[in-house]
Design a protein. Structure first.
Length: 410
């Protein structure tokens, strides 16, 4: 008995059945359904867009099983590993699958995003391949430590000195209580240097990542210049302010010296928070992300070190309003945007969901999964939004028409 995919390949299936196939509605095993969808997405001009949409939102567990199966057809694996279609959640399975060609990984490595790079660097297959490591070295999203580690692997004759903190960590294992104590920092106000249970649990859960990225400084996504992009005037040092107000000799300057301010302006407050954060190590930044002020959270959500940025979302102090703003930002890690709807509290907030879908930086598969909850008016606006991907815009148009037709029948 012929499989449905074989009938589709020879165009022996009626149009209505092809349409159902593109929507993933056929009664066939998940593995064959994915194979059918990939075939339509690649070869069928009529149903390719619908098939691509369906694949982007396909069940993660079923997709992961196919991605990790060495008997999965090459065309399917090539589709799933291509940068345009890659879902990061499937990448570990794809990297472990020997049927995924090294050529595909070599093509992906130079332009992979930070999240993808982190996953690749944890893969035994990647770390054993000098060709892939060399390709990763040209990736602009690598951190300084990642670059040094890669160069050390590729050029073992020129070892990179291990930072003292990392050497100490390797020579003497730290238990959870020691990690807890080490996180205290003089930069964090007295009364906050005793970690609560939530922060201790976070340190314990992510101990390996914290140790691996211990020397990562604060490097905000988008760069430091973004911190004051909305300011009317640049920050001035007290000395510069005094000079500017003098208009002459030191006596005049003394007369015109402003009284000591008890409140900082928003710009000065932000500058003060930025200076404070810049002095903290990764553990201090995690603690500040969970116990600090709103201003400090707004800076740390942009931290290029994922484990710090995600700690902001774990903070009991973070408000819905802050998260609504985070969901609109283009200068945050993709993992932050993925992490927001994983918190039930935020996933139930319609403004958060809407902002994520309207954010062009939100991963395609996440946007598509959230769109089913959109209101008619927002679907209309989304369909006309030129900043987001064509796939999201076309699906928004389709959903808008369907909901309008449904409302007209009532």
């Amino acid at each position: 008995m012929s499989r449905m995919i074989d009938l589709i390949r020879v165009s022996a299936v009626p149009s209505n059945l092809m349409q159902s196939a593109a929507k993933g509605s056929l009664s066939v095993p998940p593995r064959e359904m994915i194979e059918i969808l990939v075939y339509l997405a690649v070869h069928n001009k009529v149903f390719c867009e619908q098939a691509q949409l369906t694949l982007a939102g396909w069940d993660e567990a079923a997709s992961r099983a196919v991605a990790g199966d060495a008997t999965t057809p090459k065309e399917v694996l090539d589709y799933l590993i291509s940068p345009r279609n890659l879902r990061p959640a499937l990448l570990p399975a794809l990297l472990a699958n020997p049927s995924v060609s090294e050529k595909s990984l070599l093509e992906m490595a130079p332009g992979a995003g930070r999240d993808v790079v982190e996953i690749m660097l944890k893969s035994d297959r990647v770390t054993r391949s000098h060709a892939i490591l060399n390709a990763l070295l040209s990736n602009p999203n690598l951190s300084e430590i990642q670059s040094q580690t890669l160069r050390n692997k590729v050029e073992p004759s020129a070892p990179v000195p291990v930072p003292a903190a990392e050497a100490a960590a390797e020579s003497r294992p730290e238990d959870a209580e020691e990690v807890f104590q080490a996180a205290s920092s003089d930069e964090i106000s007295e009364g906050e240097n005793v970690l609560d249970e939530g922060i201790l649990a976070y340190f314990t859960e992510h101990a390996d990542e914290i140790a691996a990225q211990a020397e990562h400084p604060y490097q905000p996504i988008g760069g430091i210049h973004d911190e004051f992009s909305e300011a009317d005037e640049p920050l001035a040092t007290p000395a510069a302010a005094a000079t500017a107000s003098s208009g002459g000799g030191a006596g005049v300057a003394a007369k015109k010296a402003p009284a000591k301010k008890t409140h900082l302006s928003p710009n000065e407050e932000r500058g003060s928070a930025l200076q404070k954060i810049a002095k903290l190590d990764i553990k201090g930044r995690i603690q500040l992300a969970m116990k600090g002020s709103k201003e400090e959270r707004s800076l740390l959500i942009r931290d290029g070190t994922k484990i710090v940025a995600l700690a902001v979302l774990e903070s009991p102090k973070v408000s819905d309003g802050e998260v609504e703003r985070f969901a609109t930002q283009k200068n945050v890690l993709e993992s932050v945007l993925r992490g927001i709807p994983m918190k039930r509290r935020f996933a139930k907030n319609y403004a958060v969901v809407r902002n994520l879908v309207f954010n062009p930086r939100t991963p395609l598969d996440l946007s598509l999964s959230l769109m089913k909850n959109m209101l008619v008016g927002d679907l209309r606006n989304l369909s006309n939004n030129k900043e987001i991907s064509d796939t999201v815009r076309k699906l928004a148009t389709k959903m808008f028409k369907q909901k309008m037709e449904s409302n007209s029948k009532r």
